[in-house]
Design a protein around this ligand. Structure first.
Ligand code: NDP
Length: 246
């Protein structure tokens, strides 16, 4: 129960990595707000947390809309009177080689994956600054470090998150607010289901640990980074990729 009494807001927590993070943090004692564009899609996570004795609420939240992000933070404050942790997890892909990438594909990925992190982080700043404590985790990607053909928009957004994380960590360190990023490699979620079998086996052959990652691997790292075990860690990017970036 190393996260007992911590209140957490996670964006895009109805499925995939966000869901795994919600389940893990709730299991470690946190009160978890499940941010979801459509809260009816969060019912399964809420039930799972309630069944295991945890506490969770669902809050409607679209990270492309500032008012929605502010309203979600206000809901958490109304419920629990504080917000200790924000996990910026929501993300999309619109893959294409640059020659074929239109502005809609570029803008959608930057707006959700990078500007969404700005919007949500800004929305939690006042309560965290007032409390003189807090923790923000930004889910980047190993692609933000290595690059990836066909994902220039996604890689730019994910690299941007790493720079954002370092800058915000510097801005907030004196107020006892830590900001870190996690860069997952290839994780088994709906986002990666679209790969063709030959792409999948080619990718697998490049992973030194010889297997894909699980959302639970990212969740375990998140639990560590938000806990007091990581009290002296800020501005860092923790890579969880089975060694693929080596
Ligand atoms: P999924 O596609 O499984 O889930 C994405 C989540 O983001 C969903 O909950 C989705 O909500 C939510 N979301 C998308 N757009 C918005 C929005 N505008 N507002 C609020 N929520 C939104 O992806 P993963 O779980 O795989 O990915 C989670 C994060 O991890 C992403 O940031 C991704 O880039 C990153 N990542 C994933 C990797 C992987 O291999 N899977 C590797 C590296 C990084 P909805 O259900 O409404 O669509």
């Amino acid at each position: 129960m190393r996260l007992a009494d911590k209140t957490v807001l996670i964006t895009g927590a109805n499925r995939g990595i966000g869901k795994a993070i919600a389940l893990r943090l709730a299991r470690e004692g946190a009160q978890v707000a499940i941010g979801a564009r459509n809260v009816t899609t969060a019912v399964a996570v809420l039930d799972e947390i309630a069944d295991s004795g945890g506490q969770a609420i669902a809050v409607p939240m679209d990270v492309t809309d500032s008012a929605s992000c502010e309203a979600a933070v206000a809901s958490v404050l109304a419920q629990w009177h504080k917000i200790d942790v924000l996990v910026n997890n929501a993300g999309i892909t619109r893959d294409a080689l640059l020659l074929r990438m239109n502005e809609e594909q570029w803008d959608a990925v930057i707006d959700t994956n990078l500007k969404g992190v700005y919007r949500c982080s800004r929305a939690v700043l006042r309560p965290m600054l007032k409390a003189r404590s807090g923790c923000i985790i930004n889910i980047s990607s190993v692609v933000g470090i290595t690059g990836n053909a066909g994902q220039a928009n996604y890689a730019a957004a994910k690299a941007g998150i790493i720079g954002f994380t370092k800058s915000l960590a510097l801005e907030l360190a004196a107020r006892n607010i830590r900001v870190n990023a996690i860069a997952p490699g290839y994780m088994e979620t709906e986002m990666t289901q679209e790969l063709a079998p030959e792409q999948r086996s080619q990718l697998l052959s490049r992973i030194p640990l010889g297997k894909t990652g699980r959302p639970e691997d990212v969740a375990a790292a998140t639990a560590f980074l938000v806990s007091d075990d990581a009290a002296y860690i800020t501005g860092q990017t923790l890579v969880i990729d089975g060694g693929i970036s080596l």
